[in-house]
Design a protein around this ligand. Structure first.
Ligand SMILES: [Zn+2]
Length: 391
């Protein structure tokens, strides 16, 4: 019998709907899914968008029980809210918020085998469309990935809500989405495995390619729009890239070295461990480009793009210059650990190669900065202070 992972897979949510003020115009979209909703959101997202959404739904004859998210995507939190949903007899779980809220809502819906509707409050990562949750302990330490048989049934991306989120969340989402095509290319070359369940499809790679094209075209304009909390065509395009195209692309085309670099960060303590997922993935893209031997001219285009967006990109930016050699080696070991997506690269990558590529990327970016004038679109003057608050 052939193992199912040896087939080519592609998956997606049933529907993705995006637009300005969609939450407050969603009654007809939501009616087919049920009548009794459990709305999971943290306090600040509830105050910013959730309460109005609840009132709107109640006004439209839905029953909505709001549960305040405790802040961590943990098994305990999934258990706690699952019990509440059972008591209330909810037939739909709506997650409204960032990645952790959304991942928790997926866990609850899958436990109860009921519909899950996802409403991202920021375009900070591609978690919405992917059928897995990242699980942490109550103390915020990574535990495991929980894989599900089903995707959320519906994603509703309200661009008006997302435009109000801090610009740094959009930047992080761009980093996460930007890696998708370049990782997918390596998976295609190696005929590796994807999160969808088996080998990649052309559909997955086509979506990933569109994701990269959109970002090259619109990322700067979208960041400017986010700075002014305004919904423009460019911001709409980048929100779709960060949430939909990146999610379907990552799942259907697969991940490679860039996401393993993110996992490498998980063994570091202190400041270097406190950057956002997409910021670390963007550094991962640089390291992957070094690993595959990207020619200078092409490499410069990537550096220009990432620096102009406003990404931290040197060892110093990530405070890796303050990390001991021993810890750097542990970082490289983790990134090349068994089961890491770096195994999808078209050649074997060793910890020593990671450290050389990191040093090479650092030198290339530093040289670029010395020889070019860069005007980052997103400048966070209190970046140093914010690190740790926004993770
Ligand atoms: Zn990611």
């Amino acid at each position: 019998m052939t193992n199912s992972a040896e087939f080519n897979w592609f998956g997606s949510p049933d529907h993705y709907v995006q637009g300005k003020n969609i939450l407050l115009n969603s009654a007809d979209i939501l009616r087919p899914y049920g009548k009794k909703f459990l709305l999971l959101a943290d306090k600040s997202v509830y105050a910013a968008a959730g309460q109005k959404f609840q009132e709107y739904l109640t006004h439209n004859q839905f029953t909505v029980d709001y549960v305040e998210f405790n802040g961590e995507s943990s098994l305990t939190e999934i258990e706690r809210v699952t019990k509440i949903a059972q008591e209330k007899g909810s037939d739909v779980i709506i997650g409204l918020g960032g990645g952790k809220t959304l991942d928790t809502s997926k866990g609850i819906a899958n436990k109860l085998n009921i519909a899950n509707i996802i409403c991202p409050s920021a375009a900070s990562c591609d978690a919405s469309c992917i059928k897995l949750s990242i699980i942490y302990t109550e103390n915020h330490e990574f535990v495991k990935y929980l894989f599900y048989a089903h995707h959320p049934v519906l994603i509703m991306a309200d661009t008006q809500v997302i435009a109000q989120a801090p610009t740094r969340t959009l930047l992080a989402g761009i980093g996460d989405a930007f890696s998708t095509y370049y990782e997918g290319l390596e998976v295609a070359k190696s005929h590796g495995h994807t999160l969808a369940g088996g080998h990649p499809t052309d559909a997955g790679l086509a979506v990933a390619k569109q994701c990269a094209d959109t970002l090259w075209k619109y990322a700067y304009q979208a960041l400017e729009a986010a700075e002014h909390n305004t919904v423009t065509h460019a911001l709409e395009k980048v929100i779709e890239a960060n949430i939909l195209l990146s999610g379907l692309g990552a799942e259907g085309a697969g991940l490679a070295a860039a996401h393993s670099i993110y996992d490498g960060f998980s063994v570091l303590k202190g400041d270097p461990a406190k950057f956002r997922h997409g910021e670390e993935v963007a550094l991962g893209v640089m390291i992957q480009l070094m690993l595959v031997g990207t020619p200078q001219k092409e490499l410069d285009k990537f550096i220009e793009f990432l620096l102009t967006c406003g990404f931290p990109l040197t060892k110093k930016d990530f405070h890796l210059d303050q990390v001991s050699q021993e810890d750097l080696e542990a970082f490289a070991e983790k990134a090349t650990d068994k089961g890491e997506t770096i195994e999808n690269m078209s050649f074997k990558v060793t910890p020593a190669m990671i450290l050389e590529a990191l040093a090479g990327a650092d030198a290339a970016v530093t040289h670029y900065k010395k020889t070019h004038t860069v005007h980052p679109v997103f400048v966070d003057n209190v970046f140093e202070k914010q690190v740790g608050m926004l993770v």
